[in-house]
Design a protein around this ligand. Structure first.
Ligand SMILES: [Mg+2]
Length: 444
């Protein structure tokens, strides 16, 4: 087998990985610490002295974490007792076994960026686990909810648009295709709303998500939407004779506005019969600030149900119903919050891999999924996506991602270089997007 390129690391000064660990990561921790301090009284009001003590413990653990990060201390084994604690500690041991003379410690600025960044969020979870009885606290709840509330107008427009498509059976194939492409692009650009990229600062959708699509088209660098359409429409046509179901999986990224765009897409897929069942995969612990947990989905549905606007409340009611009837299914799995690249999934989480193999199309939302798909490695821009997946092919899959980290494969020769000329920061801002499909899984 060919030697894989190295993973990105904060040891490359001037890289986005370095910038993230130097600036964004501490900023996120400081914001968490400040928010906890602001809500001091609530812990006492809810739990009395025990609450105050737990909050103090949590604050001291987070401050210690911040200090370790800022002084590039070695990564420590986890000391909590969660389902994945042993796996994380084995992973650390494994990295120790790889050390050589030139790279003497496993630390924030020496080790792979993907590993240390995931580790930071896992350490926040550890701090919570060790601060009973407030272990269930979601320290990112406030910014996630704020993103949803600030995006109200955009959400209303989307819900109203979706409701307007209720005569979907009357659309001819070309019209259906147009709507499919439109909602896919909304789901793509919804991925701009990322609170981890903005260091936890507000990142909401305040303009109409529909009117901007044409203007944004030049920023789609890889556009495999046609493949997705052909796959789904062909299955729909053949379903009567050959297939009984079409299952589409969403591996979710952010809660708030992006989540609504994904749910709208999922609703459309069912209504148009392009799919017959939808499976969502979220994170089981608070992750990368704005990533979706089960609680976030429930909260969004409750908010919509309670909205004064009919189109929104109807969406909330319908979506709750889909979950009840199991045409929508929510899954979480600890693998999504481990530091592994996805080519390790079949070894590390064979149950999850087997679950994904049942899918007819897996949509991976967002940047972290992309980084894990391609191993967060320093691939050349023109390396084929299929090659960078390094054997990860549970089912036909597509990355839907706005580019926020310095990894991108599958571009045309010269394309990456050309974009860099006009926009040197093109890989770090979320301004560019991709629909990158890999359907050659059975040829592997
Ligand atoms: Mg995210």
């Amino acid at each position: 087998m060919d030697v894989l390129p190295p993973q990105m690391s904060a040891k490359d000064e001037g890289s986005f990985a370095y910038f993230t660990m130097k600036n964004r990561a501490p900023q996120i921790l400081i914001k968490v610490i400040n928010t906890l301090q602001q809500h001091k009284n609530e812990f006492f009001e809810k739990l009395g002295e025990v609450g105050t003590e737990a909050e103090k413990k949590l604050l001291s653990l987070l401050s210690k974490l911040l200090n370790e990060l800022q002084t590039d201390e070695p990564l420590l084994p986890l000391t909590d007792n969660w389902v994945d604690t042993d796996i994380w500690n084995q992973y650390l041991k494994y990295h120790h076994s790889l050390l050589n003379e030139t790279n003497k410690k496993i630390s924030w600025f020496q080790s792979p960026w993907l590993y240390v960044e995931c580790y930071m969020y896992r350490r926040i979870h550890e701090a919570l686990m060790l601060s009973s009885p407030i272990s269930d606290l979601d320290v990112f709840k406030e910014p996630k909810e704020q993103n949803f509330l600030e995006s109200q107008e955009a959400i209303r427009i989307l819900c109203s648009y979706l409701q307007g498509l209720n005569k979907i059976e009357n659309l001819d194939e070309n019209q259906l295709k147009d709507e499919f492409f439109k909602l896919l692009q909304i789901s793509l650009w919804g991925n701009k709303c990322d609170l981890s990229l903005s260091g936890g600062q507000s990142s909401s959708q305040t303009s109409s998500p529909l009117t901007v699509l044409e203007d944004l088209k030049p920023f789609i660098l890889v556009n495999n939407m046609d493949y997705l359409w052909l796959l789904l429409i062909n299955r729909k046509k053949m379903r009567q004779e050959t297939f009984s179901v079409t299952r589409v999986d969403f591996v979710l990224d952010n809660a708030g506005f992006e989540l609504v765009t994904d749910l709208v897409m999922a609703d459309f897929l069912l209504a148009s019969k392009l799919a017959t069942e939808i499976h969502f995969h979220g994170k089981s612990i608070p992750w990368y600030v704005s990533d979706t947990n089960k609680n976030d989905i429930n909260w969004v549905i409750e908010q919509l149900k309670a909205a004064n606007t009919k189109c929104m409340s109807e969406c909330g009611i319908n979506w709750e119903d889909y979950f009840k009837k199991h045409s929508w299914v929510y899954h979480d799995h600890m693998f999504w919050t481990l530091p592994y690249e996805y080519c390790a999934m079949s070894q590390v989480a064979p149950d999850l891999y087997a679950e994904l193999q049942k899918s007819n199309l897996i949509l991976f939302k967002g940047d972290l999924n992309y980084r894990k798909l391609v191993g967060d490695r320093k691939w050349g821009f023109t390396v084929p996506f299929h090659q960078a997946l390094n054997g990860f092919h549970p089912a036909p899959l597509c990355s839907i991602r706005t580019v926020k980290a310095e990894v991108q494969v599958g571009l045309a020769p010269g394309q990456g270089e050309q974009v860099a000329v006009t926009d040197p920061q093109w890989m770090n801002t979320g301004k560019y997007g991709i629909f990158q499909f890999d359907g050659h899984f059975d040829l592997a």
